[in-house]
Design a protein around this ligand. Structure first.
Ligand code: NAD
Length: 484
């Protein structure tokens, strides 16, 4: 039996309190296939009133869910993992349809997304507290960890399944109930997740899914409601900043996974072929539409021409096309505006003196495609080095000393991921310590792992997702003073 039907009107509605329903004012919005530009579904667009209904449903379900035995919550999460894996192809096809990924990227995302349910099923039984004797001996200090409460989860379009499970997994494991507001470019995968949670046995109201074209209104309504105690947001720094301001009014706990501008540093002593392989992963996973995508290639002068040439050859060999075609390796950008923005960034870089080694031309025809592109010979003040490209463009800038490489890497307000290639272990660790980033890949281009703490420093965010840290974001410490 199909898990989720895009043509079934009911499941393109809001999912609130275990019911599938229309928006309060019957508003709907269209979802488009970015590979063709055609409309693939019409989805209910939640209003502020619906958002408050979802918070009510989550608040009503909180006591029963948070007092359920952790093992029982864990088993429901584990079941959700099994359902996702069993239905991997179907979910991947939804991601391809609304998100425009290649098949490998979409399949990879479903597996990655499901792993957050498995990992947090395992973590659900580890909300471990502690006890100590007070330094002056007058009492015991008991510290227990309790669920923070109703949690609003707002996710981006670039990983429509994984960004949702990375938040739902720890929230549910901790005993919180949630309202998920997915990106309006990709609401269908989130609605399919609601189906998965239903099948896994999540009680009504514990998970609510609220697609909406009125993001600002619904977020504002939920953050103004005193029953909301947590905001977990993944998206751009700009929107994150707005949400932090709204959350400040009710002093709501915030976890923010924001934009990145990852440096990918290659030292002259690195294995250049391995660095190119790693660069292809760090740059081209999800066609470059990833917050941890390598955004700036910072390469030692002695090997920069060789690295750039080999990278251009590998990038130029990729097959660009719709994800529905299994031979495609690079899908379209999320929409035409995104492709046009990337084209503008490349034009500005070329005007500043960059040389196009491959790609660089916005194609005609349907779909929001942009070709894999390598820009070489950049000056350190090239404008493309300051922006999050979010597409298949690799700018290469060179350096002459370790200090210069680090200065270039840190010359950004962002600090999410970084990558270092060198055959000198001491240098790898020294540079990893000195780079302002929440995550560093040493001689590897793939770093995501549900068991590892994912997150950024500086304007890339607050808090961590995944690992044990991800669970702690949805728990609050309570201190009980007792003398026995
Ligand atoms: P976005 O900030 O435009 O949107 C993210 C979410 O916020 C969506 O659900 C959107 O509908 C909602 N939103 C937009 N405006 C809002 C408002 N005024 N009030 C409330 N909600 C609002 O980001 P995007 O374009 O969907 O995603 C791309 C961005 O996300 C990139 O900057 C990328 O780096 C970042 N990202 C970060 C991580 C991470 O873990 N750090 C992961 C993935 C993506």
């Amino acid at each position: 039996m199909s898990l989720y039907s895009i043509d079934e009107p009911q499941t393109s509605n809001l999912y609130i309190g275990g019911q599938w329903r229309e928006a309060s004012d019957s508003a709907r919005f269209d979802v488009t296939d970015p590979a063709t530009g055609t409309i693939i579904a019409s989805v209910a667009s939640g209003s502020a009133e619906d958002a408050l209904d979802a918070v009510t449903a989550a608040a009503d379900a909180l006591e029963a869910w948070s007092s359920m035995a952790p093992r029982q919550r864990a088993e429901i999460l584990r079941k959700a993992y099994d359902i996702m894996i069993e239905n991997r192809d179907e979910i991947a096809n939804l991601i391809i349809l609304e998100g425009g990924k290649s098949q490998a990227d979409a399949q990879g995302e479903v597996t990655y997304a499901a792993e957050f349910f498995r990992w947090f099923a395992e973590e659900a039984v580890r909300a471990v507290g502690h006890v100590q004797t007070a330094p002056n001996g007058d009492k015991k200090i008991l510290t227990i960890f309790q669920p923070i409460g109703v949690s609003v989860l707002i996710t981006p379009w670039n990983f429509p399944a994984a960004m949702a499970t990375r938040k739902m997994g720890p929230a549910l494991a901790a005993g919180c109930t949630v309202v998920l507001k997915p990106a309006s470019d990709t609401p269908i995968t989130a609605l399919a997740l609601a189906r998965i949670m239903e099948r896994a046995g999540v009680p009504a109201g514990v998970v609510n899914v609220l697609p909406s074209r009125r993001s600002g209104e619904v977020a504002e309504a939920m953050l103004a409601d005193p029953r909301t105690r947590k905001l977990s947001f993944t998206g751009s720094t700009e929107v994150g900043r707005t949400l932090l301001e709204l959350a400040a009014r009710n002093v709501i706990s915030c976890s923010m996974e924001l934009g990145g501008n990852a440096p990918f540093i290659v030292f002259g002593d690195a294995d250049i072929d391995a660095a190119v392989d790693g660069a292809m992963v760090a740059k081209m996973r999800n066609a470059g539409e990833s917050c941890i995508a390598a955004n700036r290639f910072i390469v030692e002068k002695s090997v920069a021409p060789q690295f750039s040439r080999k990278l251009a050859a590998a990038m130029g060999a990729l097959r660009v096309g719709p994800g529905q075609d299994p031979t495609s390796q690079v899908g379209p950008m999320i929409n035409d505006r995104a492709a046009a923005d990337i084209a503008d960034m490349v034009t500005a870089s070329v005007a500043a003196g960059a040389e196009v080694l491959v790609g660089g031309v916005l194609p005609d025809g349907p779909g929001s495609f942009y070709p894999p592109t390598v820009l070489a010979g950049l000056s350190p003040d090239d404008p493309i080095l300051d922006v999050e490209i979010f597409g298949p463009v690799a700018p290469v800038v060179s350096f002459s000393s370790e200090d210069e490489a680090i200065a270039l890497a840190n010359a950004t307000p962002f600090g999410l991921a970084a990558y270092v290639y060198t055959s000198d272990l001491a240098r790898a660790l020294r540079v990893s310590e000195r780079i302002d980033a929440g995550m560093v890949g040493v001689n590897r281009g793939f770093i995501s792992d549900p068991a590892a703490p994912f997150g950024g420093v500086k304007q890339s965010g607050l808090g961590r997702e995944g690992g044990h840290e991800g669970l702690l974001e949805f728990l609050e410490a309570k201190y009980i003073a007792v003398d026995w």
